[in-house]
Every structure is written in structure tokens, then in C-alpha cells.
Design a protein around this ligand. Structure first.
Ligand code: HEM
Length: 798
């Protein structure tokens, strides 16, 4: 059963909702997909038009044709464009006295003055000067390695300028979304602060990826690179048109995020029928390859600022967007808690330092590149290396017992992402900062770091003449290929199901090359993927995590909340194997609207405390922070039926779910994306419903088609030989477990699925049923050490 169909054309929707939608919202309904540059993603639109219903989704291009971008070509830059027009506004002229709120949010009065008004370069310079008085811009990093913290103040500055222009000129939604990003800010004072890596980059292709993802796309060097904006699938929705979190389409406040969490996502504890908690470990590991938004952090321990709730307004961090808790909350009322700390994400700097509405940024790369193992900065990758044999630095904690090494200790900023009870206790270090977020994720990191060293050693046996750098880079190239292969060969088919995989072109080739690279596909992460859809994993989390013996017998379990940011059990010899046996044998929770209280009431609970934070409320609040429009907009984008009334939703979701929605939201169009997405019935053969399936599959389609280093590609400096590629195709999660644990000697063929003697039998690691990669295919007959300098991707900042 599905939603009752109303038709999917924007015009149909517009007239249908016209009776109660403010005109600002109506404009929004017609909005187009834009990329970070503010360009319409025509290629993307058609790519995403593999909607699940087969409908072609076509945006109303015509709504944007009224904006005139003043052509800057032909002008030499002399630093003063003064009264020249930077953006010609269509429609009635406006002045600074124009009522910003009335116009932007409510559609407002029209016909003030004459048409053809301009925003001049002078006006932008003036707004820039005003913003500089408020916002301190630090010196650029001397080593050229920009971090999120270097980028953030510039993002704030650009947002401040955009807000001023929006207010002063009474800009409409369309002008903010499509007009501001088209202004050539290199002709304004903004150029003084624009980071070089976002302004002028020239690339030369090389064999190995850069860590920061720059120059993966030679034509569009910043696409998918670190510290660049998320892309938007559907235009944003802010209550002031530029930055403030959305309100109901009927003008009232939305239900507080905690109210959505406790009403819609209680802990009901249904089990998945097939998936093991290995899917949580691998899923989160993949998430941490893709996305980590830039947020302000506590300067001391680098965790989120602890205090928003307790501070008086004038002492609050301006990013505070704390979550109110109603007095009658069934859980928090016992402890007198009325508020949860929460901070907004930093605004980004768009490539070319373009203006526009608030848009957060990703500190990771959009392509799958093993940053979880290697990091996203060259300097940090060096910190993780041993300096010989191409190896990563490890901790031989149990060498005396003949057991494999653990990850190295996190000695630098030891409190970052780690809850320590005393100063001699340490968490682990790895390529991605959240390695200690929960213990089972840490085990996955350990397996991959060990795998890197195993591969580097195998390569050095085949090529004893290779130096540390070549061994390291070649092992890295193989590890990334293995991760890509396992992700599309084992993880996505379970998550999305075969039909969605086929519809979105995610099925891997069995032999030969796949020639599907498209330099017009931007692999940057979609905001809705980061802030909602890929957070599907939060519903799978178990209340406790089990340890099992090598004979596949249950040993013991521990509450999940005691393993979050506390991976210390792994310092006991043999325990890592027991947790991995648990990953193979413990069933996950169902992908549904129920979520364990371990994360909805007890997230990051401190030792001795009786309550923690609420991850589900965070998901909702984050969506609102990002400016994600409601769930129904994403259904529409994905070509799925929309519902204007709660009654029309019966069938797509259980009756109780729909009734609960109607008790807290005033309109179906207000439902938050994460909540709606996890509440959908799963598609046949899939763990997700159609909306999350569409968003997740779109992202993974970009991650393949938009990655010039994708392992199946021919004719690239990074391409594997046909023989090598065939070896990479043997990579299996089961083999990763067999080769990188100590005692485990039997594993089911598909470790993310429960063992079954017919369809997913346990097989001995030694039997050869789980294939192994033959590294002799990497034998280099030249006998010469190949330095990476000649092969790595070069970037020249002009
Ligand atoms: C015990 C396990 C987990 C914990 C404690 C956890 C915790 C968190 C927290 C605290 C955030 C940031 C929330 C915010 O401020 O908006 C987050 C974000 C996220 N989580 Fe989880 N999570 C877990 C498992 C997973 C799993 C299994 C997946 C996916 C399969 C996942 C996917 C994500 C994604 C995509 C984000 C957004 C990341 C970003 O862009 O910054 N998480 N998680």
C-alpha cells in the first residue's frame, strides 16, 4: 500500500497548496536542485530522475530565468567596480526600508518602486565592511592546510553579508538561492579573505589521490574535497529565507525535536530478521568515510560545547540551538532536565566565495577514499605512519601473547572524542576522529589498519625494491579499492536491495573495466544524506553489545551506552576477537521507527550520571539547522506520491504512526525528514523505505560516477591492470575478518547477514571458499623504487 497519489508536478502541488501556503513557501515548492556553486544541477536532475516510481522529476527551470547575472567578462580587475551592477533584481525595485520579514517569508507587498534595481559591487563592499567589524578573520594557515576552523569565520562573514543584502533589498527566496550565488565576488573586497584553495586551483592528474580530495575532478577541483559545502537535493527552507530554522508551513512553531523523538521513536526493541550488527560497524565506518560536518567545538577537549542550556543569553555561544524539553517528559522530568545542549553547524564557504543562504560544510571528502584509515590531511597521514615498509604505526600491546597489534594510543588531545576516567587512560588513534565513538566501530578500524599492514608486507615480498612511500601508497590504493568493492558488493545490496541498486546503476561489473566516470557528476555529500538518510543506522543500534567465543557461543554483553567513547575493553587480550565474533552473531535491531533508549535518553552519559543526551532529537534538530525542508518534499523529489492530509498517509506507514504524527504536527509537509524516512515501510528486499533508498542510492551513485580514482575505471593514471582488478574483486568482509583476527577460524560468507547453513553458511577461513587476493599481480619488473612524487596528484594554487 502506498500514499494516495496526487500527481507529482510542481504546478499541481502549487495550486493545491495555494490556499494555505505563504507565497514564499510556494516559491520553494518550485525550487530546483542547485550545487554548491549555485548552478542548476541539470545533469544531477536527470541522474536523480531514476525515481523509485519511475517518474521523471523535472524542475521548473523557468522560475529562475528572470534573474540576470551581470556579465563580468571583458573587465580587467582594477579593484574598483563601484557602482557597476553585480546582480540585477527582477520585479519591483526595493529599498532598505522594504519589510524584510514580510517580503521574504510571507511573500509580502509587491510593487514598491520601479523594476530593474541593482545590487552594486559598492553595496557588497559596504556589507563586507560592516561584517568585518563583527567577525574576526584569522590569518590563513601558514602550511596551506586549511581546517574547518580556518574556513568557518569566512563562512560566517559571507553569511553575514548575504543576510544584510537579503534584508536591505528584501530579496525573495529565489533571489537568495539563485541570485546571490551568481555574483562574482572576486570583483569585491571579499577577495581579500577568499581561501586560495576555493578560488584558484589548477590540477595535474596523478596516480594517487590527494588526502583532501582536491583535484579528484580536474575540471572542478573542489568537487568532493574537504571543507566544501554539502550539496542540496532540494532547495533549503529557512524561516527568514537565509539562516533561521524552519517553522511550520502554517506559520506556527514546529514540535520541539525531543517531542518528535519521544512520540515517534520510542524504544520498542524489534529485531531485524537477517542483519547482524556487523552492518552497524561497517555502515558507520562508511559514514565516517563520507561525512563529518564542521561544528564549533569546546576548545579544551574538542567535544561539543557542553554549555548552552545553563548560560544566560548574553553568554551563550552564538551557535547554540538547544533543544527544549517539555515539563511532562516521561524520562527527563525524573531528573529535572528541561533542555539539551546543541550547537549549529558552521556555515560554509562556497567555491569562489559566493554568497547565498546558510549552507553547512563537510570536513571529509565525498568520494570513498579510506580517510577512516589515512586521514584527510597529508600531515596527519604522516603522523599515522611508522616510516618504514609502507606500514601504519600500531600498538603491539599483546606481542607477548603472540596476538596481533592494536591501533596506536591517542596521545595528542586525548579527551577528543574520548571519555576518560583518569589521565593514564587513553583511547585509540586512527584516520578518522570518531574512531572511539563506540567500541564496535573501533574494532572495524582495527581490522582495516591491520589489513593495510598485511597488504604492505605482501607487496614488499613481491617487490623488495619498493621504498616506504611506494609500499604505503600502493597498499593505500588497494585498501581503498577493497573498501569500495565490499561497500557496493556486500553492504549496499543488503541495505538497498537489488531493485534499487539496479535503478541507480550501483551494480558492480563482474569482469573487465567499468567506464562510467562522469566529470560532470559532483561527488560532494548531499545535506539530506548527512543530516538524515544515512543516519538510518541509529535505528539499528542494539541496547547491549555481545561478546561471543570462537566456537560461536555467547559469552557476555555490555550496555551500548557504556561502550560509547569508551573502547577500553579492547585492552584486554583476546577481547577484540570476542567482540568481532559478536558482530558476526548478534542480530541488529530492525530499521524502523523504534530506537534504543541507550541513545535516545543516555547518549554520552557520563560515569555516575543517570541520563544523557538524545541522538534522535539531534537528528531532527540537525535537519532544521541545515535548512532541510520536510520529509514530504523529499518524497516529491524522489517521484513518490505526496500526502497533504494525515489520512492520505495511511497505508504507507502503520496507522499508529500516522495517528502519532497528526498529534504533534499541524501539516504533513512539516514532518522532519529523518523521522518520516525511518517510519516508512521498507521496500521489498531492502532495509530502507523508498525515500531514504532514493537519497542513499543517489549519494552512492555520485560516489562512483564522480570519482576519477574509482577502482573499476580504465585509462586513468590510477587504473589497476585487468589482472589486478580481477584480484580486487575477490575482496570480502569475511576474508578481512579471517586475515586480521587472531583466533577466529570460521566465518559466514556474508558477515553482515546472520549465518544460515543453506544460504549463508559458516566456512573455515582456511578452506579457500572465501577467496584471497594474489599480490603477485603487483610484481613490478622494473626493479626500480618508484617515488610517489612523480605520481601523486599535483595541485597548484594560483
Ligand atoms: C552507537 C552508535 C552511534 C552513535 C553513538 C552515533 C552518534 C552520532 C552523533 C552524536 C552524531 C552527531 C549528531 C549531530 O550533532 O547532529 C551522529 C551523526 C551521524 N551518524 Fe551516528 N552514531 C552511531 C551510529 C551510526 C551508524 C551505525 C550510522 C550509519 C550507518 C550513523 C550515521 C551517522 C551520520 C551519517 C551522521 C552525520 C555525520 C556528519 O555529517 O557529521 N551513526 N551520530
Amino acid at each position: 500500500m502506498r500514499f494516495s497519489v496526487f500527481g507529482s508536478g510542481a504546478a499541481v502541488l502549487d495550486s493545491r497548496l495555494a490556499k494555505f501556503l505563504p507565497s514564499f513557501i510556494r516559491e520553494f515548492q518550485m525550487s530546483l536542485v542547485v550545487d554548491a556553486d549555485g548552478q542548476p544541477l541539470c545533469g544531477t536532475m536527470s541522474a536523480s530522475a531514476h525515481s523509485l516510481t519511475g517518474n521523471l522529476i523535472v524542475g521548473s527551470l523557468s522560475v529562475f530565468t528572470t534573474l540576470a547575472l551581470v556579465n563580468a567578462d571583458g573587465f580587467g580587475f582594477d579593484g574598483d567596480f563601484g557602482n557597476e551592477c553585480a546582480l540585477l533584481l527582477d520585479g519591483p525595485g526595493r529599498t532598505s526600508s522594504f519589510d524584510f520579514n514580510t517580503n521574504t517569508i510571507r511573500g509580502g507587498p509587491q510593487g514598491l518602486g520601479k523594476s530593474g534595481q541593482c545590487i552594486t559591487y559598492d553595496a557588497i563592499n559596504q556589507a563586507y565592511t560592516e561584517a568585518r567589524k563583527r567577525i574576526h578573520i584569522p590569518q590563513p594557515p601558514t602550511n596551506g592546510e586549511w581546517t574547518g576552523y580556518d574556513v568557518a569565520p569566512i563562512g560566517e562573514l559571507l553569511l553575514d553579508i548575504s543576510i544584510q543584502l537579503t534584508k536591505n533589498y528584501g530579496l525573495t527566496y529565489e533571489e537568495v538561492e539563485k541570485g546571490l550565488p551568481r555574483i562574482d565576488t572576486s570583483r569585491t573586497l571579499i577577495r581579500e579573505v577568499c581561501p586560495a584553495f576555493l578560488a584558484n586551483v589548477e590540477c595535474k592528474p596523478g596516480k594517487y589521490r590527494r588526502y583532501d580530495g582536491l583535484c579528484n575532478n580536474v575540471k572542478h577541483p573542489t568537487w568532493g574535497s574537504t571543507n566544501t559545502p554539502f550539496t542540496r537535493m532540494v532547495g533549503p527552507l529557512f524561516s527568514d529565507g537565509v539562516s533561521s530554522p524552519r517553522i511550520s508551513i502554517r506559520g506556527s512553531p514546529l514540535p520541539p525535536a525531543r517531542v518528535v523523538s519521544r512520540t515517534m521513536h520510542p524504544d520498542e526493541g524489534y529485531h531485524e530478521h537477517a542483519a547482524t550488527i556487523m552492518i552497524i560497524a561497517f555502515g558507520q565506518f562508511m559514514d565516517h568515510d563520507f561525512t563529518l560536518m564542521g561544528t564549533p567545538l569546546d576548545p579544551v577537549n574538542k567535544n561539543e560545547p557542553e554549555e548552552c542550556c545553563k548560560r544566560p543569553p548574553h553568554l551563550k555561544n552564538p551557535y547554540c540551538m538547544e533543544i527544549p524539553i517539555p515539563e511532562d517528559d516521561y524520562f527527563y522530568r525524573k531528573f529535572g532536565v528541561r533542555c539539551l545542549d546543541f550547537v549549529r553547524a558552521f556555515p560554509s564557504v562556497r567555491p569562489g566565495c559566493r554568497l547565498g543562504s546558510r549552507l553547512p560544510f563537510n570536513t571529509l571528502t565525498g568520494v570513498i577514499d579510506g580517510n577512516t584509515v589515512y586521514g584527510v590531511k597529508e600531515s596527519f597521514s604522516r603522523h599515522l605512519r611508522s616510516g618504514f615498509g609502507g606500514l601504519l604505526r600500531m600498538n603491539p600491546a599483546f606481542a607477548d601473547f603472540g596476538l596481533k597489534e592494536l591501533l596506536p594510543l591517542k596521545l595528542n588531545i586525548p579527551d577528543e572524542g574520548c571519555t576518560r576516567t583518569n589521565r593514564s587512560q587513553f583511547c585509540f588513534d586512527a584516520g578518522e576522529i570518531r574512531v572511539n565513538e563506540q567500541l564496535i566501530l573501533t574494532t572495524m578500524h582495527t581490522l582495516w589498519a591491520r589489513e593495510h599492514n598485511r597488504v604492505a608486507k605482501a607487496l614488499s615480498e613481491v617487490n623488495p625494491h619498493w621504498n616506504d612511500e611506494t609500499l604505503y601508497q600502493e597498499a593505500r590504493r588497494i585498501i581503498i579499492a577493497e573498501i569500495q568493492h565490499i561497500c557496493y558488493n556486500e553492504f549496499l545490496p543488503i541495505l538497498l536491495g537489488r531493485e534499487v541498486m539496479e535503478k541507480f546503476g550501483l551494480v558492480l561489473e563482474k569482469e573487465g573495466y567499468w567506464d562510467g566516470y562522469d566529470s560532470e557528476v559532483n561527488p560532494s555529500v548531499i545535506d539530506a544524506f548527512s543530516a538524515a538518510a544515512f543516519r538510518f543506522g541509529h535505528t539499528l543500534l542494539p541496547t547491549s553489545v555481545e561478546r561471543w567465543s570462537k566456537a560461536h557461543k555467547f559469552i557476555a554483553s555490555k550496555k551500548l551506552s557504556n561502550l560509547i567513547r569508551r573502547p577500553y575493553d579492547l585492552f584486554r587480550a583476546g577481547v577484540l576477537d570476542e567482540y568481532i565474533m559478536g558482530l558476526l552473531n548478534q542480530v541488529a535491531q530492525a530499521m524502523d521507527d523504534s530506537v534504543t533508549q541507550e541513545v535516545t535518553n543516555n547518549l554520552f552519559k557520563k560515569v555516575g550520571q543517570n541520563h544523557g543526551l538524545d541522538l534522535v532529537a539531534f537528528n531532527m534538530q540537525r535537519g532544521r539547522d541545515f535548512g532541510l525542508p520536510g520529509y514530504m518534499e523529499f518524497r516529491k523529489f524522489c517521484g513518490l506520491a505526496e500526502a497533504d492530509t494525515f489520512d492520505a498517509m495511511f497505508g504507507a506507514m502503520p496507522n499508529t504512526t500516522v495517528n502519532r504524527y497528526s498529534s504533534i504536527y499541524t501539516s504533513t509537509w512539516d514532518i522532519d525528514l529523518w523521522s518520516g524516512g525511518v517510519s516508512e515501510r521498507p521496500l521489498p528486499g531492502s532495509m530502507t523505505g523508498p525515500t531514504f533508498g532514493c537519497i542513499i542510492a543517489t549519494q552512492f551513485s555520485y560516489a562512483r560516477r564522480g570519482d576519477r580514482f574509482w577502482y573499476e575505471l580504465p585509462n586513468q593514471p590510477s587504473s589497476f591492470t585487468p589482472d589486478q582488478l580481477q584480484e580486487i574483486r575477490k575482496a570480502r568482509l569475511a576474508r578481512l575478518v579471517c586475515d586480521n583476527t587472531d583466533l577466529i577460524d570460521t566465518v559466514q560468507l556474508w558477515p553482515m547477514v546472520l549465518p544460515d547453513h543453506e544460504i549463508n553458511p559458516r566456512v573455515p577461513c582456511r578452506s579457500g571458499i572465501v577467496p584471497s587476493i594474489d599480490f603477485t599481480k603487483w610484481a613490478d619488473p622494473s626493479g626500480l623504487p618508484t617515488g610517489s612524487a612523480a605520481f601523486s596528484s599535483h595541485t597548484i594554487l594560483k
